[in-house]
Design a protein around this ligand. Structure first.
Ligand SMILES: [Zn+2]
Ligand SMILES: [Zn+2]
Length: 355
C-alpha cells in the first residue's frame, strides 16, 4: 500500500509508491521499441502477464476472458500508485491533516490501464475517429465507475505516450487514476473559475472560448461541440487545449454525440501534430471537476471548502495535449515558471493546416 504525504510548505500531495520501482521499463535506453515481441505484456497472446481484465471489447461472443481477439482491454495496473481500501483509518480525518507538520493518508484510490489497440506500434494519432470515440466512451464508463468508489475525490484519465512523456511501456495505452485528494492543479483551476464567476457572473472557460472563437488567432480546429486551441500562455511548445462548447463539469456529463464531436477534433489535432513532428512523446490529460464529497463531508481542501460557488458545478471540463519536446529543467522544476520556445499563435497557424 502506498502513502500520500502533503508538503506543509506548498500543500502539494505526493504519492509515495516504493513498489512501482520494480515495474518493467522498456525505455531505459530512451529509445522507442516499435517491434512487437514476446516481451510486451500488453500484446495479444500475453494476456496472462497482466492482472485479470475488467472489460474487453472486440472478442467474439463466448471467447474466454484474458485471451486474444480483443481490440481494447481494461485491467488494474499491476504496479498501482493507489489501491482500493474498504476501511478508512482514523488518521485520514481532515482536522488531523491540517494540524500536522507531516500530513499523510493511506494511498487509497484506483489505478487502471486501458490498452486501446492490439497493435504494438499504434498510437493515439494512428487511431481512426471511430477508435477514438470508442476509447473516449470507455474512459467515460470507467470514470463513472471509479467516481462512485469509497474515498475517491478525483478521477484522472491520462495518456503517457513515448519515453519523454513518462511512458515505461511502448504498447499504446492510457491510464486512469482515482485519488483520495484533489490535485492542486485542479484546485487552482476550480478556484480561478469560481473567482471569475464571482466577479463577472460568467464561466471563465465559456467566456474564453467565445472570445477565442471570434479572434480565431489561436483556434486549431472546431466543430459545433468542441474547439481546440493553443492556450494563450501555453507551457509547452505545440500545447493544445480542447474545450466543449456546452458548459459541463465532468467527462461523465458528455453524451455520445458530444464524444463523437470530440473524437473528430482530437483526431485532427493528433494527426496534425504528428504530421509536423512525427511520433513525438506527449501527454494527454482530462481535467474534470473535483468529485462531490459524500453527504456531510467537505472537499478536504481548505480553498475549495471556502468557495462561494460549487466547484462540482462551476467547473468546465476540458482536455490538454502536452507535447514533450523538451524536458523541464531546474528553473521550471524549482519555480513553476516555464519557458516556451514556440509562440502559441505560430503553433496554431501550423496546426490548423494539418501540418
Ligand atoms: Zn505490445
Ligand atoms: Zn463554462
Amino acid at each position: 500500500m502506498s502513502t500520500l504525504r502533503q508538503d506543509p510548505l506548498t500543500g502539494r500531495w505526493v504519492i509515495m509508491a516504493a513498489g512501482r520501482g520494480d515495474r518493467p521499463n522498456e525505455f531505459r535506453l530512451m529509445r522507442r521499441d516499435t517491434e512487437a515481441g514476446d516481451n510486451c505484456p500488453f500484446c495479444p497472446g500475453n494476456e496472462h502477464r497482466t492482472t485479470p481484465e475488467i472489460l474487453a471489447l472486440g472478442r467474439e461472443t463466448g471467447a474466454p476472458a484474458d485471451g486474444p481477439g480483443w481490440r481494447m482491454r481494461v485491467f488494474p495496473n499491476k504496479f498501482p500508485a493507489l489501491q482500493p481500501q474498504v476501511s478508512m483509518p482514523e488518521e485520514t480525518r481532515p482536522t488531523d491533516r491540517i494540524r500536522d507538520l507531516f500530513p499523510r493518508r493511506p494511498g487509497v484510490g484506483s489505478h487502471e490501464v486501458i490498452v486501446y489497440s492490439p497493435d504494438h506500434a499504434a498510437g493515439l494519432a494512428s487511431l481512426t475517429e471511430t477508435d477514438l470515440f470508442e476509447l473516449l466512451k470507455v474512459l467515460r464508463g470507467r470514470s463513472d465507475v471509479l467516481s462512485r468508489l469509497p474515498g475517491h475525490r478525483y478521477i484522472s484519465p491520462f495518456c503517457n505516450h513515448g519515453p519523454e512523456a513518462g511512458a515505461t511501456l511502448a504498447h499504446p495505452h492510457m491510464q486512469i487514476i482515482g485519488t483520495p485528494e484533489i490535485p492542486s492543479l485542479v484546485v487552482d483551476k476550480a478556484v480561478r473559475m469560481a473567482d471569475y464567476r464571482s466577479r463577472t457572473g460568467q464561466c471563465l472557460l465559456c467566456d474564453l472560448l467565445s472570445t477565442e472563437q471570434s479572434a480565431a488567432e489561436r483556434v486549431v480546429r472546431s466543430n459545433d461541440q468542441w474547439t481546440a486551441l493553443t492556450p494563450w500562455a501555453s507551457r509547452f511548445p505545440w500545447e493544445m487545449l480542447l474545450v466543449p462548447t456546452d458548459h459541463m463539469a465532468y467527462l461523465t456529463d458528455a453524451d455520445d454525440e458530444n464524444l463523437k464531436a470530440l473524437a473528430e477534433v482530437l483526431s485532427f489535432c493528433l494527426r496534425s501534430l504528428s504530421a509536423i513532428h512525427g511520433d513525438l512523446s506527449l501527454n494527454l490529460v482530462v481535467h474534470s471537476a473535483p468529485l462531490t464529497p459524500p453527504a456531510g463531508e467537505e472537499f478536504g481542501d481548505q480553498r475549495l471548502d471556502e468557495l462561494a460557488y460549487s466547484p462540482a458545478e462551476d467547473f468546465h471540463w476540458h482536455l490538454e495535449i502536452m507535447p514533450r519536446l523538451s524536458r523541464p529543467a531546474g528553473f521550471e522544476v524549482g519555480t513553476g515558471f516555464t519557458i516556451n520556445s514556440v509562440i502559441p499563435e505560430t503553433a496554431a497557424r501550423r496546426l490548423r493546416t494539418g501540418g
